[in-house]
Design a protein around this ligand. Structure first.
Ligand SMILES: [Zn+2]
Length: 290
């Protein structure tokens, strides 16, 4: 049995996307209910990062209900949503599925229970990682991508990679290096308090790093070596990932924008200076017209 989505503008034609749910030999009885369109909603494409409003033409959803009276979890169902990016340079699909509990009505028809999903997975793209620019060092980007990819499967491993990524950023961007991430944050605070915070490191960003210390098990084990795997909740791993994304923006992206602006200003100033100093009459004429 398969679950399919049809998204009309995907790669400029209607195609089917699907994945195997159960083999045909399964004894389970599966019902496919009709797909339904949804209202427009705002969406940031995880492939290209472009914010957009998704209309009914760019989305589809579908439901499969499984009759499983003997299952320890009772009847179950899958609800899937597919969205096609409206950016003509992207057009990539995003597919999310939820596994939910189901119940029977008085006619014996299955319907979803009004409960939170048992499981939610984004199938495409596989991870929640946002595209990151090349000027962020590759090892740091790789740790971030891997932390995102395994967040749901192994929050412990994800949090370990995220902590390593944070430490890599602190060391690379601020130049501060100490035996543990905890001590590096301490050192950054001291530098901030003495007015010697590294260039581009704001009070807010150091404050954000301090919040890591209030994170359950992560906070409790902050002094441990960065490679020691500690038990964490999935939410804690996500908070670390969120923090990494904030610092990517506040440190690396902000620095790049600043440097690009200064570089543009410098070029303009040099061009004006060259015009002033030019002995060429045509150039001088041009200069006077300006
Ligand atoms: Zn896109």
């Amino acid at each position: 049995m398969h679950l399919y989505f049809c998204v009309s503008q995907l790669n400029k034609e209607c195609i089917l996307l699907g994945y195997d749910v159960l083999s045909a030999s399964s004894q389970l009885n599966i019902s496919i209910l009709s797909g339904n369109t949804m209202a427009s909603f705002n969406f940031d494409c995880p492939h290209c990062n472009r914010p957009q409003t998704v209309t009914s033409n760019d989305q589809d959803s579908g439901t499969i209900l499984f009759h499983m009276s003997k299952s320890a979890l009772g009847h179950l169902g899958l609800h899937g949503t597919a969205v096609c990016c409206a950016n003509p340079n992207c057009l990539q699909p995003t597919i999310i599925v939820h596994v939910k509990k189901a119940g029977k009505d008085s006619l014996g028809n299955l319907h979803f229970m009004r409960e939170a999903p048992l499981l939610t997975r984004r199938l495409i793209p596989e991870s929640s990682a946002k595209p990151q620019p090349h000027f962020i060092p590759q090892p740091i980007r790789e740790d971030y991508l891997e932390a995102c990819r395994i967040r749901d499967l192994s929050p412990k491993a994800s949090a370990t990679l995220a902590r390593r990524c944070l430490q890599g950023m602190v060391r690379d961007f601020t130049g501060v290096k100490a035996p543990s991430l905890y001590k590096e944050i301490e050192k950054l605070s001291e530098l901030l308090n003495s007015g010697d915070a590294p260039k581009g490191v704001s009070e807010d960003s150091i404050e954000s790093l301090h919040h890591v210390r209030s994170l359950g098990n992560i906070g409790a084990h902050m002094e441990k070596d960065i490679d020691v795997i500690i038990p964490v909740e999935p939410e804690e791993a996500q908070i670390l990932i969120d923090l990494i994304e904030i610092l990517f923006e506040e440190w690396y992206v902000a620095r790049e924008k600043r440097q690009s602006k200064f570089a543009a200003l410098r070029v303009t100033a040099e061009e004006k200076q060259a015009l002033k100093e030019s002995p060429n009459p045509e150039v001088s004429e041009k200069r006077e017209q300006q």
